[in-house]
Design a protein around this ligand. Structure first.
Ligand SMILES: Cc1cc2nc3c(=O)[nH]c(=O)nc-3n(C[C@H](O)[C@H](O)[C@H](O)COP(=O)(O)O)c2cc1C
Length: 170
């Protein structure tokens, strides 16, 4: 994957009915778990959400995740605070976010589309997801992903701003 390919990764919120194949999911999860993690603690955990009932339950908890109702699959990406480096929330969030980005890019590289759906730090969403999907106390739902074969094709684009880059000092 070249840097230019990364500019073509866009949030995809409309999907065809074609299912996600097991090998596509496996490849994306393997990429997610290849992300850097502080002290190699690998605190990421994944809940695959497939049935209409369960996707609806997840959408019920996520006000900006309604596309889950029409996606072939959702994934809840969690972190285990009991194994995160120094049991620190910041390390957990950094590690899990790196895994999420790898997951999105691996889906994109396979011609699939996905969108990142925020859960943490919204307490109402965290509590609703924990309750609905039976998460243990030490498991924090960080974000969800809706994914499928794209039924929309937003253009690649750059958001580069030279003003955001500082050289040698602020
Ligand atoms: C932490 C986080 C939370 C997000 N939450 C949502 C969400 O709840 N619903 C949604 O449709 N998009 C969500 N997004 C996707 C952003 O809106 C999207 O990435 C951004 O507008 C840039 O567009 P692009 O992904 O097409 O480049 C989220 C992205 C991040 C990183």
């Amino acid at each position: 994957m070249t840097p230019a390919d990364l500019l073509a990764r866009r949030s995809i919120r409309k999907y065809t009915d074609e299912p996600i194949h097991a090998d596509q999911l496996r490849a994306a999860l393997e990429a997610a778990m290849a992300a850097p993690s502080a002290m190699h603690c690998d605190p990421w955990r994944f809940i695959i959400i497939q049935s209409q009932t369960d996707r609806d339950r997840l959408a019920d908890a996520l006000p900006y995740g309604q596309m889950l109702r029409h996606a072939p699959m959702g994934i809840i990406v969690c972190g285990d605070i009991s194994v995160a480096h120094r049991n620190q929330l910041s390390y957990l969030l950094q590690d899990v976010s790196a895994a999420i980005q790898n997951l999105l890019l691996a889906l994109h590289a396979q011609g699939l589309g996905a969108v990142w759906l925020g859960i943490h730090p919204n307490d109402d969403r965290v509590d609703a997801v924990k309750q609905a999907f039976g998460l243990p106390e030490n498991i924090i739902p960080v974000s969800a992903i809706a994914l499928g074969h794209p039924a929309e094709h937003p253009e690649a684009r750059t958001r580069f701003k030279e003003a955001y880059v500082h050289y040698n000092q602020w």
